[in-house]
Design a binder for this molecule. Structure first.
Ligand SMILES: *[C@@H]1O[C@H](CO)[C@@H](O)[C@H](O)[C@H]1NC(C)=O
Ligand SMILES: *[C@@H]1O[C@H](CO)[C@@H](O)[C@H](O)[C@H]1NC(C)=O
Ligand SMILES: *[C@@H]1O[C@H](CO)[C@@H](O)[C@H](O)[C@H]1NC(C)=O
Length: 350
C-alpha cells in the first residue's frame, strides 16, 4: 500500500516537473490583452491600455517567478521522493533478507523444539516409571516397617523371621520353660542347621528372690515353723522371719540350705534333736543329731541342703519334729550358729 501510494505521488511529481514549466514558457499575455480591448474606445483608452499592459506584464512576471519557485519545489520534492523510494527499496530488500534469515532460524528452532519435545516425552516416561517404582518402594517400606506379630512369643529363628527379622544376630526366644539365647543366620535357609544355633539359657527372673536369715536365741518348740530373728538379706521379701515361712513368688527351681547347732545335755543317757524342711506341710528332708552317753553311740548332722522344683505360692519352712527334754536348737546374741538361706535358681516361664 505505501509503495503504490509512493508511485502515485512520484508520478504526480514528475508530471508537475515536466508540464508546469512548459505551460509557463508557452504563455502569451499580449495576445490575451488585445482581444479584451474594444475598437470604439481606442483613443481614450490607449493610456489605460498601456498601463494595464504594464500591470499585466508585472503580474505575469510575478506569476512566472512563482511558477519557477513551484517548479523548483516540485523538482526538489521529486528528488526527495526518489531518494526516499531508493532508501525504502533498500530497506525492503534488507527486510526481505532478514525475513529469509528469520525463516531459516525459525525452521532450525522448529527442529530443536521437536527434539526437545521428544526428549521431554522420554523424560516424562522415565518420570512415570520412577514414580511407580517409588510408590512400590514406599508400599514395601511401609509393609516392612509396620508392626508385626505371629500371635505368640517367638520360639525360634523361624518365628523371628516370620515376624520380619532380617538381620542375623543373637536373639532371645522363649524356650520350653525359660528364655533362651540363639544365634540366627537369616542368610541361610530355615532348613539349614546353621540357620539357628542354640547359645544358652537366659538367666531371666521376673522377681529376684533370695534370702539369708539367722537365729539370735535358742529355740526348742516342736511342730511349729521355726521363726528367725535376723534377716541379713531378704531380696523379694518372700521370707517372713516372724512366721519363718517362705512363700515362693514364682514357679521354678529353688535352693535351700539350713545348718543348726543341736545342744544335747549330759542327762538323760540318750537325747536327740530332729529338724525337717516342709513344703506345704510335706516333709522334704530331715536333719538329725543324737548321743548316747553310756554306749557312746552318736549321730551328728542337723544340716539340710536341697534343690526343689516348686510352684508359685508354695510354702516352705523348717520345724523341729522331735527332741528330747532339755534339748534345743542353740543360738545366742553374737553367736549365730543357726542359718537358713534360700534362693530362686531358675524361674519357669511357660
Ligand atoms: C509426545 O507424546 C505425546 C503423547 O504422549 C504425543 O502426542 C506426541 O506426538 C509426542 N511427541 C513426540 C515429539 O514424540
Ligand atoms: C522342649 O521340649 C521339647 C518337647 O517336650 C523337647 O523335645 C525339646 O528338647 C525341649 N527343648 C529344650 C531346649 O529343652
Ligand atoms: C539379739 O538378742 C539380743 C538379746 O538377746 C538383743 O539385744 C538384740 O537386739 C538381738 N538382735 C536382733 C537383731 O534381734
Amino acid at each position: 500500500m505505501p509503495i503504490s501510494f509512493l508511485v502515485v505521488v512520484l508520478g504526480f511529481a514528475h508530471f508537475a516537473c515536466s508540464q508546469l514549466p512548459a505551460a509557463a514558457w508557452n504563455y502569451h499575455p499580449y495576445h490575451y490583452s488585445y482581444s479584451l480591448v474594444h475598437p470604439q474606445d481606442m483613443g481614450e483608452t490607449r493610456l489605460d491600455t498601456s498601463q494595464r499592459m504594464e500591470q499585466t506584464a508585472i503580474a505575469l512576471q510575478t506569476m512566472q517567478k512563482e511558477l519557477n519557485v513551484l517548479a523548483e519545489t516540485s523538482q526538489h520534492l521529486a528528488k526527495t521522493m526518489v531518494t526516499v523510494w531508493i532508501l525504502t527499496t533498500a530497506k525492503l530488500d534488507e527486510a526481505a533478507r532478514r525475513s529469509a534469515e528469520i525463516s531459516q532460524q525459525l525452521a532450525e528452532t522448529n527442529d530443536v523444539t521437536l527434539n526437545l519435545r521428544k526428549a521431554l516425552n522420554e523424560t516424562k516416561k522415565d518420570l512415570t516409571a520412577m514414580k511407580t517404582k517409588v510408590e512400590d518402594l514406599t508400599a514395601e517400606l511401609r509393609a516392612s516397617s509396620s508392626s508385626a506379630s505371629i500371635g505368640k512369643m517367638p520360639n525360634s529363628c523361624s518365628d523371628l523371621q516370620l515376624i520380619g527379622h532380617k538381620i542375623s544376630g543373637l536373639y532371645s526366644v522363649m524356650g520350653n520353660k525359660s528364655v533362651e539365647n540363639v544365634y540366627c543366620d537369616f542368610t541361610k535357609e530355615s532348613k539349614d542347621e546353621d540357620f539357628q544355633k542354640f547359645i544358652g539359657y537366659s538367666d531371666v527372673k521376673s522377681v529376684p528372690t533370695y534370702f539369708y536369715v539367722q537365729k539370735n536365741a535358742s529355740f526348742s518348740a516342736a511342730n511349729v515353723p521355726i521363726p528367725f530373728e535376723m534377716a541379713k538379706v531378704n531380696i523379694g521379701d518372700a521370707m517372713d522371719i516372724t512366721t519363718g515361712i517362705f512363700t515362693t513368688p514364682r514357679s521354678g527351681s529353688y535352693y535351700f540350705s539350713f545348718v543348726g547347732l543341736a545342744e544335747l545335755p549330759s542327762f538323760p543317757d540318750y537325747v536327740y534333736l530332729e529338724v525337717r524342711l516342709y513344703v506345704n506341710g510335706d516333709g522334704m528332708g530331715t536333719g538329725y543329731a543324737s548321743k548316747a552317753s553310756e554306749s557312746g553311740y552318736k549321730l551328728s548332722q542337723i544340716a539340710l541342703q536341697m534343690t526343689l522344683n516348686l510352684q508359685k505360692e508354695d510354702k516352705v519352712w523348717l520345724q523341729i519334729t522331735g527332741l528330747s527334754a532339755g534339748v534345743s536348737l542353740r543360738d545366742a546374741n553374737g553367736e549365730h550358729h543357726t542359718h537358713f538361706s534360700g534362693l530362686l535358681l531358675q524361674e519357669d516361664f511357660s
